[in-house]
Design a protein around this ligand. Structure first.
Ligand code: AR6
Length: 167
Protein backbone atom coordinates (compact mmCIF):
# COMPACT_ATOMS: atom_id res chain seq x y z
CA UNK A 1 0.00 0.00 0.00
CA UNK A 2 1.30 3.47 -0.93
CA UNK A 3 2.14 6.16 1.55
CA UNK A 4 -0.83 8.56 1.60
CA UNK A 5 -0.11 12.12 2.72
CA UNK A 6 -2.28 15.14 3.40
CA UNK A 7 -1.15 18.71 2.73
CA UNK A 8 -2.88 22.06 3.15
CA UNK A 9 -1.57 24.32 0.40
CA UNK A 10 -0.99 25.08 -3.25
CA UNK A 11 -0.57 22.07 -5.55
CA UNK A 12 1.57 24.08 -7.99
CA UNK A 13 4.39 24.07 -5.41
CA UNK A 14 4.52 20.29 -5.04
CA UNK A 15 7.75 18.47 -5.86
CA UNK A 16 6.32 15.20 -7.17
CA UNK A 17 6.47 13.22 -10.40
CA UNK A 18 2.99 14.41 -11.37
CA UNK A 19 0.39 16.85 -10.15
CA UNK A 20 -3.19 16.25 -11.21
CA UNK A 21 -5.17 19.09 -12.76
CA UNK A 22 -8.94 19.36 -12.24
CA UNK A 23 -9.55 20.50 -15.81
CA UNK A 24 -12.57 20.78 -18.09
CA UNK A 25 -13.23 18.76 -21.25
CA UNK A 26 -11.52 21.32 -23.50
CA UNK A 27 -8.18 21.01 -21.62
CA UNK A 28 -7.60 24.62 -22.65
CA UNK A 29 -7.43 26.10 -19.17
CA UNK A 30 -9.89 27.75 -16.82
CA UNK A 31 -10.10 29.13 -13.28
CA UNK A 32 -9.41 27.52 -9.90
CA UNK A 33 -6.63 24.97 -9.73
CA UNK A 34 -6.56 24.70 -13.53
CA UNK A 35 -5.76 28.41 -13.89
CA UNK A 36 -3.13 28.22 -11.15
CA UNK A 37 -1.40 25.25 -12.80
CA UNK A 38 -1.32 26.90 -16.23
CA UNK A 39 0.06 30.15 -14.74
CA UNK A 40 2.79 28.31 -12.85
CA UNK A 41 3.71 25.95 -15.71
CA UNK A 42 3.90 28.68 -18.37
CA UNK A 43 2.43 28.98 -21.88
CA UNK A 44 4.07 25.81 -23.21
CA UNK A 45 1.59 23.78 -21.17
CA UNK A 46 -1.34 25.27 -23.10
CA UNK A 47 0.51 24.61 -26.37
CA UNK A 48 0.85 20.93 -25.54
CA UNK A 49 -2.76 20.76 -24.31
CA UNK A 50 -3.96 22.13 -27.67
CA UNK A 51 -2.53 19.01 -29.35
CA UNK A 52 -4.60 16.65 -27.18
CA UNK A 53 -8.06 17.37 -28.56
CA UNK A 54 -9.79 17.55 -25.19
CA UNK A 55 -10.69 14.86 -22.68
CA UNK A 56 -14.08 13.35 -21.80
CA UNK A 57 -15.29 13.54 -18.19
CA UNK A 58 -13.75 10.80 -16.06
CA UNK A 59 -10.75 10.27 -18.36
CA UNK A 60 -7.19 11.60 -18.02
CA UNK A 61 -4.31 12.84 -20.23
CA UNK A 62 -0.64 13.43 -19.41
CA UNK A 63 1.67 16.31 -20.39
CA UNK A 64 5.04 17.63 -19.31
CA UNK A 65 5.23 19.96 -16.31
CA UNK A 66 7.32 22.73 -17.93
CA UNK A 67 8.11 25.42 -15.28
CA UNK A 68 6.53 23.42 -12.46
CA UNK A 69 8.62 21.47 -9.98
CA UNK A 70 6.44 18.50 -10.95
CA UNK A 71 7.77 16.63 -13.99
CA UNK A 72 4.30 15.96 -15.39
CA UNK A 73 0.75 17.21 -15.24
CA UNK A 74 -2.04 14.66 -15.40
CA UNK A 75 -5.16 16.45 -16.60
CA UNK A 76 -8.43 14.87 -15.60
CA UNK A 77 -12.02 16.05 -15.80
CA UNK A 78 -14.31 15.54 -12.85
CA UNK A 79 -18.08 15.64 -13.18
CA UNK A 80 -20.22 18.73 -12.66
CA UNK A 81 -22.54 18.01 -9.70
CA UNK A 82 -26.11 17.91 -11.01
CA UNK A 83 -27.89 16.52 -7.95
CA UNK A 84 -26.32 13.06 -7.78
CA UNK A 85 -28.47 11.14 -10.26
CA UNK A 86 -26.23 11.70 -13.28
CA UNK A 87 -23.48 9.15 -12.65
CA UNK A 88 -21.44 11.74 -10.73
CA UNK A 89 -20.05 9.21 -8.23
CA UNK A 90 -18.76 6.83 -10.91
CA UNK A 91 -17.34 9.66 -12.98
CA UNK A 92 -15.47 11.16 -10.02
CA UNK A 93 -14.03 7.77 -9.12
CA UNK A 94 -13.00 7.27 -12.76
CA UNK A 95 -11.15 10.61 -12.73
CA UNK A 96 -9.01 9.40 -9.81
CA UNK A 97 -8.50 5.85 -11.09
CA UNK A 98 -7.65 6.90 -14.66
CA UNK A 99 -5.12 9.43 -13.29
CA UNK A 100 -3.52 6.70 -11.18
CA UNK A 101 -3.46 4.33 -14.17
CA UNK A 102 -1.61 6.93 -16.25
CA UNK A 103 0.91 7.48 -13.46
CA UNK A 104 1.41 3.72 -13.20
CA UNK A 105 1.82 3.31 -16.95
CA UNK A 106 4.51 6.03 -17.01
CA UNK A 107 6.39 4.57 -14.06
CA UNK A 108 5.71 7.57 -11.81
CA UNK A 109 6.43 7.13 -8.11
CA UNK A 110 4.67 10.15 -6.65
CA UNK A 111 1.46 11.96 -7.52
CA UNK A 112 -0.48 14.83 -5.93
CA UNK A 113 -4.24 15.30 -6.29
CA UNK A 114 -6.38 18.38 -5.73
CA UNK A 115 -9.96 17.94 -4.50
CA UNK A 116 -11.39 17.31 -7.96
CA UNK A 117 -14.89 18.70 -8.69
CA UNK A 118 -15.31 20.31 -5.24
CA UNK A 119 -14.82 23.88 -6.50
CA UNK A 120 -16.92 25.38 -9.27
CA UNK A 121 -18.23 21.90 -10.16
CA UNK A 122 -19.90 21.78 -6.69
CA UNK A 123 -19.51 18.08 -5.85
CA UNK A 124 -20.31 17.72 -2.10
CA UNK A 125 -16.96 17.75 -0.33
CA UNK A 126 -17.57 14.99 2.18
CA UNK A 127 -18.65 12.38 -0.36
CA UNK A 128 -15.97 13.51 -2.84
CA UNK A 129 -13.33 12.89 -0.18
CA UNK A 130 -14.61 9.38 0.55
CA UNK A 131 -14.64 8.54 -3.17
CA UNK A 132 -11.11 9.93 -3.66
CA UNK A 133 -9.59 8.13 -0.67
CA UNK A 134 -11.28 4.83 -1.47
CA UNK A 135 -10.14 4.97 -5.10
CA UNK A 136 -6.54 5.65 -4.06
CA UNK A 137 -6.51 2.98 -1.37
CA UNK A 138 -7.97 0.34 -3.68
CA UNK A 139 -5.64 1.18 -6.57
CA UNK A 140 -2.47 1.30 -4.49
CA UNK A 141 -3.33 -1.95 -2.73
CA UNK A 142 -3.14 -3.69 -6.12
CA UNK A 143 -0.35 -1.74 -7.84
CA UNK A 144 3.24 -1.00 -6.80
CA UNK A 145 3.25 2.45 -8.45
CA UNK A 146 2.61 5.20 -7.57
CA UNK A 147 4.11 4.56 -4.15
CA UNK A 148 3.40 8.04 -2.74
CA UNK A 149 0.06 9.83 -3.08
CA UNK A 150 -0.51 13.33 -1.72
CA UNK A 151 -3.93 14.92 -1.29
CA UNK A 152 -3.41 18.67 -1.51
CA UNK A 153 -6.29 20.63 0.01
CA UNK A 154 -6.49 24.34 -0.71
CA UNK A 155 -9.33 25.12 1.70
CA UNK A 156 -9.57 24.30 5.39
CA UNK A 157 -12.96 22.62 4.98
CA UNK A 158 -11.57 19.96 2.63
CA UNK A 159 -8.42 19.63 4.73
CA UNK A 160 -10.44 18.91 7.88
CA UNK A 161 -12.65 16.39 6.07
CA UNK A 162 -9.59 14.49 4.77
CA UNK A 163 -7.87 14.68 8.15
CA UNK A 164 -10.90 13.12 9.81
CA UNK A 165 -11.23 10.29 7.26
CA UNK A 166 -7.50 9.53 7.04
CA UNK A 167 -7.21 9.57 10.82
N1 AR6 B 1 -3.87 24.14 -5.30
C1 AR6 B 1 -4.64 23.14 -4.84
N2 AR6 B 1 -5.99 23.19 -4.88
C2 AR6 B 1 -6.57 24.28 -5.40
C3 AR6 B 1 -5.83 25.38 -5.92
C4 AR6 B 1 -4.41 25.27 -5.85
N3 AR6 B 1 -3.61 26.24 -6.31
N4 AR6 B 1 -6.71 26.32 -6.36
C5 AR6 B 1 -7.96 25.85 -6.13
N5 AR6 B 1 -7.88 24.63 -5.54
P1 AR6 B 1 -11.81 23.92 -9.03
P2 AR6 B 1 -13.48 21.80 -10.19
C6 AR6 B 1 -8.95 23.72 -5.09
O1 AR6 B 1 -12.92 24.91 -9.09
O2 AR6 B 1 -14.51 21.97 -9.13
C7 AR6 B 1 -11.79 25.16 -13.71
O3 AR6 B 1 -12.18 26.39 -14.25
C8 AR6 B 1 -10.30 24.30 -4.76
O4 AR6 B 1 -10.30 24.84 -3.45
O5 AR6 B 1 -10.45 24.37 -9.40
O6 AR6 B 1 -13.05 20.40 -10.55
C9 AR6 B 1 -11.63 24.09 -14.76
O7 AR6 B 1 -11.14 24.60 -15.98
C10 AR6 B 1 -11.19 23.08 -4.86
O8 AR6 B 1 -11.19 22.37 -3.63
O9 AR6 B 1 -12.12 22.61 -9.95
C11 AR6 B 1 -13.01 23.54 -14.91
O10 AR6 B 1 -13.79 24.33 -15.79
C12 AR6 B 1 -10.49 22.21 -5.90
O11 AR6 B 1 -9.22 22.82 -6.14
C13 AR6 B 1 -13.58 23.65 -13.51
O12 AR6 B 1 -12.84 24.69 -12.87
C14 AR6 B 1 -11.22 22.10 -7.21
O13 AR6 B 1 -11.80 23.35 -7.54
C15 AR6 B 1 -13.37 22.38 -12.70
O14 AR6 B 1 -14.05 22.49 -11.48
Amino acid sequence: MAKIELVLGDITQMDVDAIVNAANESLLGGGGVDGAIHRAAGPQLLEECRTLGGCPTGEARITKGYNLKARHVIHTVGPIWRGGQHNETVLLRNAYVNSLMLAHKHGLKSIAFPNISTGVYHFPKQSAAHIAIRAVEEFTAKNRLPERVVFVCFDHENYNIYKEILG
